[in-house]
Ligand binder design. Structure first.
Ligand SMILES: NC(=O)c1ccc[n+]([C@@H]2O[C@H](COP(=O)([O-])OP(=O)(O)OC[C@H]3O[C@@H](n4cnc5c(N)ncnc54)[C@H](OP(=O)(O)O)[C@@H]3O)[C@@H](O)[C@H]2O)c1
Length: 254
């Protein structure tokens, strides 16, 4: 269904992993998609090619997000690309997907480690949204990618858990703020999903079983399954859902 025809979406971190599938899903529904990446231009171009081969429209915008300046650089690149393609610099759907980070207990979480995890998961989405705030069309969408890890008490992911909890709090407050413009703001929290981040676990039978044994649906998620939730929220089907965190984890560690 081409129900996002005429809409413009920006997906951050869409050169690899889950972001590729989110970008492809929104493009399949007819959106023009800006594919952001940090360093791997060839991979970002692959995402665009994948979308174009399927009949969709996309372009790349490089920016290593993490603060105000990078967000402004991305916005400037977006401005020129969008003005060329649509005649305005406005967007309808912002998917704040970048995130992740190394794991480690509090004893190993020194300042550089802490700052890196917060830069990717919190500062990146926060400052990008701040810079694009006025360019998001009324009745638009902001979709922040959190993690099932936000509700865990695993000491080995303490900083990541804190950062994703901040993403979910950001989501709720922003939903209150942008609601007056008809913009919904939600987060999607994947669990263990197949793809480059988890390949080493998926391919290790013992480690893989340890994960699937504590997943109600008894398997890893597929990136397309996360992308479907993002699409649902982006589409008109999601218009009455705001300020929510939707976990898509197959029932991880219930
Ligand atoms: N994979 C999972 O199972 C899982 C589970 C729960 C939550 N999540 C969340 O889902 C999101 C995506 O995870 P993923 O596993 O798909 O990630 P990934 O495979 O590590 O992909 C990261 C993507 O983000 C880009 N990127 C990284 N840092 C960036 C920055 N500072 N600015 C701009 N782009 C940046 C990378 O681009 P370059 O390669 O060009 O640098 C790449 O396209 C994250 O928020 C993560 O916390 C994932």
């Amino acid at each position: 269904m081409q129900d996002l025809e005429g809409k413009v979406a920006l997906v951050t971190g869409a050169s690899r992993g889950l972001g590729v599938h989110m970008a492809a899903r929104l493009a399949k529904a007819g959106a023009l998609v800006a594919v952001n990446y940090a360093s791997d231009e060839a991979a970002a171009k692959n995402t665009v090619r994948l979308i174009e081969d399927a009949g969709g429209q996309a372009f790349i915008v490089q920016a290593k997000l993490g603060g105000q300046q990078a967000a402004e650089e991305l916005a400037a690149a977006l401005d020129s690309e969008l003005t060329l393609r649509t005649g305005t610099n406005r967007i309808d759907i912002l998917v704040n997907n970048i995130g992740g980070g190394d794991y480690g207990p509090i004893s190993e979480a020194d300042e550089p480690f802490y700052d890196q995890v917060f830069a990717n998961n919190v500062r990146g989405p926060f400052f990008l949204t701040r810079v694009l705030y006025d360019r998001i069309n009324d009745n638009g969408r902001v979709i922040n990618i959190s993690s099932a890890g936000s509700r865990l008490t695993n000491p080995n992911i303490i900083v990541y858990t804190m950062a994703k909890a901040a993403v979910e709090a950001f989501t709720r407050v922003l939903a209150q703020d942008l609601g007056k413009r008809g913009i919904t703001v939600n987060s999607v929290a994947p669990g263990f999903t197949a793809g480059p981040t988890n390949d080493y676990i998926v391919k290790d039978p013992v480690a893989a079983k340890a994960i699937t044994d504590i997943t109600a649906l008894n398997r890893f998620g597929q990136p397309e399954e996360i992308a479907e939730v993002v699409y649902f929220l982006a589409s008109s089907m999601g218009r009455w859902v705001t300020a929510q965190n939707i976990e898509a984890s197959g029932g991880f560690k219930l």
